[in-house]
Write a protein that binds this ligand. Structure first.
Ligand code: COI
Length: 357
């Protein structure tokens, strides 16, 4: 059990009012969690402090070589008024898969979960209750050695910050337009595409800017070698419903193993649907579209939840999916996932995790 020292703020901020638009990741709560790592001593000095700016050497390694990782979870007000999160054990495990790839020391899973539980409990009055809102939880680790040689740092900070948020996309549950990128790539096998680290997101920006300039919300990445197979969207994993079957790219090492992705696969299988995790090429998607078999496309992610895709732009063609409307299965998955998260539907898989009453 972590011994967490709590120092409360003397100047609490005004919380957003009921019904006030929150946006995503723009507002931060009164407190943050911090814990340090020193080689030879391990993780130490767990504390909750007033939310504050950091003081770091400009030579801190994270600024130069990008040795950092992050995670994303959400806390919700349940139907019973308690505060819950969703499958935090998956995020704790993924943290260490990322850490291993980036030579960041292992963070015991129980530290990850206890830190979140303690901080969200302190901030429980910040968890918004309006429909479509939640308290976004952002755990992250940075390398802090003051050194300019390239090597794994000997010191780190693990921190958690919280942001009451609404939908990730301004369009909410309305379908988004996606640009299939044919110039840049996001990741290759053997690289760090499976890891949740800032570099993957930095690498996605040039494609995203191009897509935005053309009126699309996000980029769908193709594999970095053949530039043929569908990978992921960056902020979400991608699913296709083709001729009644659900198809999603397999976890090949270059895409993020999403918690929502895993939950959607489990749910669809439990409903008796055929789900295929396999390579799927852009040509297969375009062919299915031409033949009228591409029934639904949707993205999944913690921030994005379930995000229907209404338009897919591939080179000179635009595929309009399901008349640019949310499909039946996308809606059912959205209702079920959010229903379980909020305690409105039976949690048959034991995915909800109680943080506090
Ligand atoms: C999340 O879904 O939690 C993520 O970390 C994606 C991020 C780009 C918002």
């Amino acid at each position: 059990m972590l011994d967490i020292k709590v120092t409360k703020t003397e100047t609490p901020k005004q919380k957003p009012k009921k019904g006030e638009p929150l946006g995503f990741g723009k507002i931060f709560t009164d407190h943050m969690f911090i814990m340090d790592y020193t080689n030879g001593k391990g993780w130490h000095d767990a504390r909750i402090e007033p939310f504050h700016n950091l003081s770091l050497s400009p030579a801190a390694m994270v600024f130069h070589y990008g040795q950092e990782m992050f995670e994303g979870l959400k806390a919700y007000v349940g139907k019973d008024g308690g505060i819950y999160t969703f499958r935090p054990d998956m995020n704790a495990k993924r943290t260490n898969n990322t850490n291993k790839r980036l030579c960041i020391p292992e963070l015991p899973e129980e530290y990850f979960i206890e830190a979140i539980k303690a901080l969200v409990t302190v901030e429980k009055d910040w968890v918004p209750a309006d429909e479509g809102t939640s308290l976004y939880i952002r755990p992250f680790i940075i390398a802090t050695d003051e050194y300019l040689g390239v090597k794994p740092s000997d010191t780190y900070k693990f921190m958690v910050i919280l942001s009451p948020s609404g939908a990730y996309y301004e369009s909410g549950i309305n379908p988004v337009g996606i640009w299939i990128e044919d110039e840049y790539v996001r990741a290759v096998k053997g690289g760090m595409g499976f890891a949740k680290t800032g570099g993957n997101y930095a690498c996605s920006l040039a494609g995203q800017v191009k897509a935005h300039d053309d009126g699309y919300s996000q980029v769908l990445w193709l594999d970095g070698v053949e530039r043929k197979y569908i990978e992921e969207v960056g902020a979400m994993n991608i699913f296709f419903k083709i001729n009644g079957k659900i198809v999603t790219p397999e976890l090949s090492g270059s895409i993020l193993p999403g918690v929502t992705r895993d939950s959607v696969i489990t749910l669809c299988k439990s409903w008796g649907m055929e789900v295929e995790e396999r390579k799927i090429s852009i040509d297969e998607v375009a062919k299915a579209y031409k033949e009228g078999k591409l029934e639904e496309v949707f993205g999944t992610g913690t921030a994005a939840v379930i995000s229907p895709v209404g338009k897919l732009r591939w080179q000179d063609d635009v595929m309009v999916i399901n008349d640019n409307k949310i499909g039946e299965i996308s809606q059912k998955i959205y209702d079920t996932v959010t229903g379980i998260q909020l305690g409105k539907k039976e949690d048959i898989f034991g995915w909800r995790y109680k943080i506090s009453d």
